[in-house]
Design a protein around this ligand. Structure first.
Ligand code: AMP
Ligand code: ZN
Ligand code: FE
Ligand code: FE
Length: 282
């Protein structure tokens, strides 16, 4: 039974496994095609592509961009984009720079709470230019301040918690335009996290479609069966592509595995030809 996984993080952003390790795991769960969707960076795609050749696993270039609308985050996934595009990479660099402006402020807050932590320690652990809160959570785990990443978010890092600092983010419209400018497909990530009242999700997605949105991530590790059904009908109603992925991160989301999420995720391979068609590949 082959499957897809179109939402994976690696050590190039806040995942704890290298692109090669992620591809090896994908092979073990019978994933036929996958997309590396690191936050604000595309450098992991090259290694994953080479690793995929060994198993004939297709590696689709991807990226995940956080955006902000009415004070809440919306994540936009990009697929089949020209990941070496200079304009795209320049824009992603500005997003990584905004991380480097925010993160030291988070560290200062943690220090103010009496925790012994420096940004140098976080950067050293991250080893990449896309440094996120999960890296800070891992340093807090290593220092035994917390035992899980979830605890780090619940006590310190999540919105509304004492070490939370927002970062400058593009609007969803800008994120979509950046992806389209690099000839990619733009997809609304994990609608379960979108903070709008249920009846207005349709209106929001309709608006995003007018901005160029191509699809919705219907299949996702933490979508309940009822949500998967709801988002599937939303995508069908608005004529949008259906995609899916685990959002694998490794140690900061230890209950989520490549290809199978919490064990029940199954993303049909039949989604892929439709995506390729829309991206102009067929
Ligand atoms: P950042 O991109 O630095 O703002 O960090 C946000 C990322 O942290 C999200 O994309 C998730 O991958 C991760 N995250 C958010 N909440 C949690 C949580 N409760 N536990 C583990 N990871 C989380
Ligand atoms: Zn992440
Ligand atoms: Fe996300
Ligand atoms: Fe993600």
């Amino acid at each position: 039974m082959s499957r897809l996984d179109l939402h994976l993080h690696t050590t190039h952003s806040d995942g704890s496994c290298t692109p090669t390790e992620v591809v090896n795991m994908a092979h073990r769960t019978a994933v036929k095609a996958l997309a590396i969707t690191d936050h604000d960076i595309t450098t992991g795609i090259a290694e994953a592509t080479v690793a995929g050749q060994q198993y004939e696993i297709e590696v689709i270039p991807g990226v995940e961009i956080s955006s902000i609308l009415n004070n809440s985050e919306l994540h936009i996934l990009g697929y089949f984009l020209d990941w070496q595009d200079a304009d795209l990479n320049g824009r992603l660099k500005t997003l990584r720079d905004s991380r480097h402006r925010r993160n030291p402020k988070i560290i200062e807050r943690l220090q103010g709470l009496g925790i012994d932590i420096t940004y140098d320690e976080v950067r050293a652990l991250a080893g990449s230019d896309s440094v996120g809160r999960p890296h800070i959570a891992r340093v807090l785990m290593d220092k035994r301040v917390v035992t899980t990443a979830k605890e780090a978010f619940d006590r310190f890092l999540a919105e509304g918690k004492p070490a939370y600092v927002p970062r400058e983010l593009p609007s969803p419209t800008e994120a979509i335009h950046w992806i389209k400018a690099a000839r990619g497909l733009a997809v609304l990530a994990h609608p379960t996290w979108v903070k709008v009242a249920e009846p207005s999700l349709v209106d929001l997605v309709r608006q995003l479609k007018a901005d160029g949105l191509d699809g919705v991530e219907v299949y996702y590790s933490t979508h309940a069966v009822r949500q998967t059904r709801e988002y599937l009908s939303l995508a069908q109603q608005l004529g949008l592509l259906v995609t899916g992925g685990s959002d694998f991160h490794g140690v900061t989301k230890p209950d989520i595995e490549v290809g199978i999420g919490k064990g029940t995720l199954h993303i049909p391979t039949s989604l892929l030809p439709k995506m390729k068609d829309a991206a102009g590949f067929l």
